[in-house]
Design a protein around this ligand. Structure first.
Ligand SMILES: Cc1ncc(COP(=O)(O)O)c(C=O)c1O
Length: 500
């Protein structure tokens, strides 16, 4: 039977048509989701979409097929108990923080955490104490130092849980094993946002998963790095330091009462796929990755991040699946490199920052995809012009710091300033406020978040002082075309500040 073609199929103002066009295009996805659009092709997804009918269990009260599916995931990852998340790691982070601390309690958290952690802080009226990640020579945020965790816990007995993001959006991990030992000495729970590390358990070439390093709750987005639908994630519990009944209560609050069976099916497929083929597929993928990194060494100007180029105390370990490509000593910016890769080579990157782009790879990537990326980078590298004053940089890698003869490229080290909190986030959000032009808000207390998306880490949170430096950084980020979000004024010209 010939396929029916409806008139709407040429209408690119329609999302369905636009998605189909994208799926047929030659644009290669170096971005999420980790399935890279390559898993089972169902002809009619609607035919599978149901609600909790007889025989299909209930995610909020699992007793049958969904209970078994979650147990299968727990066994695969070595967790005591695992929960399906249909609203991404976001729902897991909200639930874990909510369950681990009393309302109005104090959370020790890495500052470079995803906005969902801040939203949990806000919803539960928590006080925050921040762990600042070490700046790296590459210009991205590095690891959290275990000694800082120890110091904070010694100084502040009111802390009742610790939250660490490892790996970061850039793929840098912290020494979770040591941090877990420190936190457990106080009998407190350690929650690790491992949203970007669901693949760690399947190869020794990746950092060790927080699950085996002793974290009490670990949250992983399957959709980011493994073959599973967007929004799918897992929350693993490994100890008794968190009350599971309380956790379940919060999961039922933050997750929809109508979890999608398509999403749950995708998680079950992903877990089964990794069980059966994970190890073998990983081997092939690691070979592709290693070959890519090897070839990238011959680039003269562009630089691919490699942890051996930075010191171990700022980068405990690196996830090589996240490929960070710096503009190095060239005249380019991250945005220009991103556009070039997209427009000329049809390679869609995961994101661009001021001085680098991120290509997110996964077990589902093909040799052809890696080949296209390698070839594109070599061609761009050959044609690149070198910035004045840096032409003799040779093997000395310059990663987006101050350069003579050109404007400074913003690195994460510049963007993420030490916060100056004046009041808890929730309290600031509930205060009377006024709207000021951003430029006129120096010295005021912000009532709003400002973050770059991705990665969704705040430049400033409610309750913190808007310094001249922060305001200038927000301005520079906008001028660079980075995606500044969080302000209620969508034009980003004004900000709500607390009226004292
Ligand atoms: C570090 C980190 N944690 C958590 C999340 C939230 O994950 P999800 O999109 O699965 O809700 C993100 C999203 O980008 C992230 O980068």
């Amino acid at each position: 039977m010939s396929e029916i073609k409806y008139s709407w199929q040429d209408d690119t103002s329609r999302l369905d048509q636009k998605l189909q066009n994208n799926s047929y295009s030659d644009c290669y996805p170096f971005h999420m989701p980790g399935h890279k659009r390559r898993t089972i092709d169902f002809s009619n997804l609607y035919s599978l979409d149901i609600t909790e009918i007889e025989g299909f269990d209930n995610l909020h009260h699992p007793q049958g097929i969904l209970k078994e599916a979650q147990q299968r995931a727990a066994a695969l990852y070595g967790a005591k108990e695992t929960f399906y998340l249909v609203n991404g790691s976001t729902a897991g982070i909200l639930s874990a923080i909510s369950a681990a601390l009393p309302r109005l309690g104090t959370l020790l958290m890495s500052r470079n955490s995803h906005k969902s952690a801040y939203h949990a802080v806000c919803l539960r009226g928590l006080e925050t104490v921040y762990l600042l990640p070490a700046p790296t020579e590459f210009g991205v945020s590095g690891s959290v130092c275990p000694a800082h965790v120890a110091q904070a816990l010694e100084d502040l007995p009111q802390i009742s849980a610790v939250f660490i993001t490892s790996p970061t959006y850039d793929g840098i991990t912290s020494d979770i094993r040591t941090i877990a030992e420190i936190v457990h000495a106080y009998n407190l729970p350690l929650i690790v946002d491992e949203a970007h590390g669901a693949h760690f358990a399947f190869s020794e070439e990746f950092p060790e998963s927080a699950i085996s390093c002793g974290a009490d709750v670990v949250i992983q987005s399957l959709h980011k790095t493994l073959p599973s639908f967007t929004q799918t994630a897992l929350l693993h519990v490994t100890s008794d330091r968190i009350d599971v009944d309380n956790l379940k209560r919060f999961l039922s609050i933050y997750q929809t009462s109508s979890p999608s069976y398509l999403l749950m099916m995708s998680m079950d497929q992903c877990v089964r796929y990794m069980e059966e083929y994970g190890a073998a597929q990983m081997e092939e993928y690691i070979l592709l990755l290693k070959s890519f990194y090897q070839q990238a060494k011959s680039l003269k100007h562009l630089k691919v991040f490699d942890k051996t180029a930075v010191s171990e105390d700022v980068c405990f370990d690196q996830d090589i699946s996240k490929i960070l490509i710096s503009v190095g000593d060239s005249q380019m910016t991250g945005q220009k490199l991103y556009r070039k890769l997209l427009n000329t080579y049809h390679l869609q990157m995961e994101m661009c920052a001021g001085h680098y782009v991120t290509a997110l790879s996964s077990i589902m990537d093909t040799a052809e995809g890696f080949h296209r990326l390698t070839r594109a980078l070599k061609e761009i590298d050959e044609k690149i012009s070198v910035s004045a004053g840096n032409s003799k940089s040779g093997s000395k890698v310059i990663y987006g710091s101050k350069r003579p003869g050109r404007s400074k490229l913003l690195t994460s080290n510049d963007i993420y300033q030490n916060p100056k909190p004046q009041m808890p986030i929730a309290l600031a959000m509930e205060q009377p406020s006024e709207r000021l032009a951003l430029k006129a808000s120096t010295g005021h207390i912000s009532q709003e978040f400002v973050y770059l998306y991705p990665p969704g880490i705040p430049l400033i949170a409610p309750g913190e002082i808007l310094t001249g430096k922060i305001i200038s950084i927000i301005d520079q980020c906008q001028k660079l075309g980075l995606s500044v979000e969080g302000l209620s004024d969508q034009t980003n010209q004004s900000i709500k500040v607390v009226t004292l």
